[in-house]
Design a protein around this ligand. Structure first.
Ligand SMILES: *Cc1c(COP(=O)(O)O)cnc(C)c1O
Length: 372
């Protein structure tokens, strides 16, 4: 699905000495590289504070801890996403409230959010799924009206632009009160191990969070709050700092690949190519996900595997039907879109190194299967 080796070849001459330098200076944890990367990412995103941490799941948890959410508080999030989002809500003994998504952009459905709000609702976590932002302008309006926090899960959309209805632009993850991201190797900005970060424009929240990631310490050996140990190590920061310089060109390469797939599938009625909002920089194609109409999806997956073409089904089971997150309050009729999407979606190889020949081969095989 991704070609990390090919990508590494292109930056090897920068990455190898950068890693070597960390080993020589032995500042493995909280070294100057971590701070340097943090500053560069703040500048890139146009956000006041980036707080690096150990992974994207921690980032979500720490964001929620930083906001002071308490057991019993309800947090609304999308039913069609990776489990990390709902997992941390449950871990913190908050009450997850899963809601349906849109059939076109796969992001959280505004009407479903409005219907799910109760006096106990404290936060909403929109997930910018597959590389494109949720409808943040409307979500921020809902937040203001009901006095809620918004936490953007930006693990899949780093570098994407969000365009407001008046034409103003902001980077994904800088629109709401706080955001989380993941630097897992296969993400658009991935390191060579685990990594993550929290973004916020609030000085106060940033201060709280910097303590939480470091055992609740604001002054050495004074533990004011219950925190966690969640750090980005210097070697990962060194890799990320190099890849950050290439992030826009990496995202452009993904878009170019997406356009070529779109072109190949444009006359195939059984295939619905990804929906996109507005200008090209709005979608960074973490995944290139098709909806199949009247196609035996499992048969296609098997056929592609037989032809050594990787593919993925993100996601095969809605979160509300996962054993860990079942809740008697859920009503199947409220998850019509997710229940349909899990049967229709298929994600194709998408990365920075895809060439025309590979795209042609993959799309020809898919069309061959559909045409029987
Ligand atoms: C990858 C991902 C996460 C978790 O990130 P990790 O670094 O693997 O912990 C959270 N949310 C979404 C939407 C993701 O895609």
């Amino acid at each position: 699905m991704v070609d990390l080796k090919g990508q590494y070849k292109g930056i090897k001459d920068a990455v190898n000495p950068a890693i070597q330098e960390i080993i020589e200076n032995t500042s493995f944890i909280n070294g100057p590289k971590v701070h340097e990367f943090q500053k560069n990412l703040e500048n890139y995103l146009g956000v006041k504070h980036v707080i690096p941490c150990a992974n994207g799941t921690d980032a979500l948890q720490i964001a929620m801890m930083g906001l002071g959410l308490k057991p019993g508080d309800e947090v609304i999030t999308a039913d069609f996403t990776f489990a990390a989002t709902v997992e941390v809500i449950a871990l913190l003994q908050l009450t997850p409230v899963l809601v349906d998504v849109n059939p076109d952009d796969f992001n959280i459905d505004l009407e479903a959010i409005k219907k799910a709000i109760t006096p106990k609702t404290k936060a909403i976590v929109p997930v910018h799924l597959f590389g494109q932002c949720a409808n943040m302008e409307a979500i921020m309006d809902i937040a203001e009206e009901h006095d809620l926090y918004i936490i953007e899960d930006n693990a899949q959309a780093i570098g994407a632009t969000y365009t407001y209805s008046n034409g103003n632009k902001a980077k994904a993850g800088t629109i709401s009160h706080v955001a989380s991201t993941s630097f897992f190797p296969s993400k658009n900005l991935g390191c060579y191990g685990d990594g993550g970060a929290i973004f916020t424009n609030s000085d106060e929240l940033a201060h709280t969070i910097r303590g939480i990631v470091n055992h609740g310490m604001y002054e050495r050996y004074h533990h004011d709050v219950v925190g966690v140990n969640s750090r980005l190590d210097s070697i990962q920061a060194a890799v990320l700092d190099i890849k950050l310089k290439n992030l826009d060109s990496y995202n452009k390469a993904r878009r170019t690949a997406a356009n070529k797939y779109n072109e190949a599938f444009k006359n195939i009625d059984e295939i619905i190519t990804p929906f996109e909002y507005g200008t090209p920089e709005n979608h960074v194609f973490h995944q290139y996900t098709l909806k199949l109409k009247g196609v035996d999806r499992d048969g296609l997956v098997a056929f592609l595997n037989k032809n050594d073409i990787p593919c993925g089904v993100y996601y095969p089971i809605p979160l509300h039907r996962q054993k860990a997150y079942e809740d008697a309050r859920y009503n199947e009729a409220d998850f019509e879109v997710t229940n349909q999407l899990v049967k229709e979606v298929i994600s194709l190889p998408m990365h920075t190194e895809l060439d025309d020949e590979q795209i042609a081969f993959i799309s020809e095989k898919i069309i061959q299967f559909i045409n029987g």
